[in-house]
Design a protein around this ligand. Structure first.
Ligand code: ZN
Length: 159
């Protein structure tokens, strides 16, 4: 594919996810929740996570909030990719996603839909928009109870 085709595809998927997110809402029940804020753009999302009984698998992830197309599309694609995945795999994917934003790697076949976000790595000011849902997910999974921490986590200090 030519670079222009790739760019068009990337824009189409992001706009589609932004206008018609598949995973907006809140999980029932809520086992983990966390709000995240990206001050450099103004994106704010609230993630809710439903876990299995032994709390080592993600049954469902949903998000609420307001943000730019990149933040919302990233949240929606993340939620889709993480359904039914072990918590350990999800945490490894947070690292992988951050690596992809630095141009380092891309996701294997199973998660290839996430590679559409790779285009964002060309726009350094938008990287925090794309990583916000992943940062927020990591914070949510590191909690040990369904009670939300006060306030927002912020990715402002992230380089
Ligand atoms: Zn944004």
């Amino acid at each position: 594919m030519s670079l222009n085709t790739v760019r068009e595809l990337y824009q189409q998927v992001i706009l589609d996810r932004y206008k018609n997110p598949r995973h907006r809402g809140m999980t029932q029940p809520i086992h983990r929740q966390q709000r995240g804020h990206n001050p450099s753009c103004g994106d704010t999302i609230q993630l809710t996570v439903q876990l299995n009984e032994s709390e080592d698998f993600i049954e469902d992830v949903k998000f609420e909030g307001e943000g730019c197309a990149i933040a919302i599309a990233s949240a929606d694609l993340m939620a889709e990719a993480l359904r039914g995945k072990p918590v350990g795999v999800a945490l490894a994917m947070v690292e992988q996603f951050q690596g992809m934003m630095k141009g380092a790697e891309e996701f294997p076949q199973e998660f290839r839909k996430l590679n559409v976000m790779q285009g964002v790595s060309q726009f350094p000011v938008r990287i925090k928009c794309a990583t916000l849902p992943w940062h927020t997910l990591k914070a949510a999974l590191e909690l040990t109870s369904p009670v939300a921490k006060d306030g927002f986590i912020s990715n402002e200090s992230d380089s």
